[in-house]
Design a protein around this ligand. Structure first.
Ligand code: KG4
Ligand code: ZN
Length: 348
């Protein structure tokens, strides 16, 4: 399976065998291109994908012992949403062209499903059900995976994503972009109890909210100009991680999960990794913390998700499938009603 990922600022291609074995994986990051703007600039991202995708795909094919004839490739999977529409279109067009030229199925993959499958690339025997905490710059989701393709969305952020909160606070503290890694380093040298930042919604359900925390950091720093960056970073990181871990743990107990998996860029956070491991050890669960290259955007996870999708829907997706910037995770809770989300809302 050739996988292609262009939903945001990584141009990636990978070849994966049988849904679990990575044969090649190439990721070309555009982070330097966007750093001076303090975030991803959609138009620049789309143009960079146009330039980078063909060589990145050629590289992934060559490393897998294939070439532009598609020798040995049985299907092409691509992220078709959610993400930046101009960026998604570049990958979708390339995947359709290759699938047509090679006479193999084309499979449109949901980027969020890709993140959920990343764990299986390193740990194929994870077992079900499991709870995945997907925390990235764009998403914060708590998902129960009962089997490949069967997901129940337990909770999500009602405002900022966890990574977005890290990036905004880092920017305010003058730590640069992307801010998560810089906060993580500064926090290791600070006192996590220096400031008691709010743990929004901690006692309620599985949804998250981080915008109040960000405002609280700004107000606190203005009131305490003497506060060190390390203490602010440590207290902020502690507040984010406390809420993430409490909710993931509660969710795992509620659904009888065998494991808690992390996914997304914030899964690289050292405190989050330590705390999830400790919580799982205490609760008798497996903790699965994928390596950083599988947490951040990559095409191996898209190929893996595509492989599982092809088992369920032989033949793949229709060639008129488009890019969908607002694509949601297929949710059994919602699917059972037979209504799409807006219809369900309208029906009360
Ligand atoms: O998954 P990802 O690479 O891209 C998407 O957003 O899809 O996630 C990037 C996010 C950024 O917000 C970055 O600041 C955050 O992950 N991040 C971290 C750490 N490393 C990356 N956040 C906290 N601690 C880290 N060590
Ligand atoms: Zn992602």
């Amino acid at each position: 399976m050739l996988g292609i990922e262009t939903s945001c600022d990584e141009t990636a291609a990978a070849v994966v065998d049988g849904g679990t074995t990575i044969v090649s994986s190439v990721v070309s990051s555009q982070v330097d291109l966007h750093a001076r703007y303090g975030g991803v600039v959609p138009e620049l991202a789309g143009r960079a994908h146009v330039e980078l995708l063909t060589p990145v795909v050629a590289d992934a094919l060559a490393q897998a012992g294939s070439d532009e004839t598609g020798r040995g490739i049985d299907a092409v999977a691509v992220t078709h949403g959610p993400g930046l529409v101009g960026s998604l279109l570049v990958g979708v067009a390339e995947a359709k062209a290759l699938a047509l030229a090679w006479g193999v199925p084309f499979i449109g993959v949901n980027h969020l499903e890709g993140h959920l499958f990343a764990s299986l690339l390193e740990q194929p025997d994870l077992g079900w059900p499991l709870v995945v905490l997907l925390v990235s710059g764009g998403h914060t989701l708590l998902v129960e995976v009962t089997a490949p393709g069967t997901y129940r969305l337990l909770g999500q952020t009602i405002d900022d994503a966890a990574g977005e909160a890290f990036d905004k606070v880092a920017r305010f503290l003058g730590l640069g972009y992307p801010g998560g890694p810089a906060i993580d380093v500064a926090a290791e040298a600070g006192d996590p109890a220096a400031f008691d930042f709010p743990r929004s919604l901690v006692a309620e359900g599985y949804d998250f909210s981080f915008s109040g925390l960000k405002t609280s950091v700004v107000n606190t720093v203005r009131q305490h100009p003497e506060a060190t960056t390390e203490d602010v970073a440590a207290s902020f990181r502690q507040a984010v991680v406390d809420v993430l871990v409490v909710k993931a743990r509660r969710a795992a107990a509620a659904v009888g999960a065998t494991a808690i998996c992390l996914a997304g860029g914030v899964a690289a956070n050292s405190l989050l990794r330590r705390r999830v491991e400790e919580a799982c050890a205490e609760d008798g669960l497996r903790a699965f913390l994928p390596s950083r290259s599988l947490c951040t955007d990559n095409a191996a996870m898209i190929a893996a998700a595509g492989w599982w999708q092809l088992q369920r829907h032989p033949g793949g997706s229709a060639l008129d499938l488009g890019a969908d910037p607002n694509l949601r995770l297929p949710d059994v809770g919602r699917a059972e009603t037979g209504l799409t989300a807006p219809e369900a809302a309208a029906a009360g």
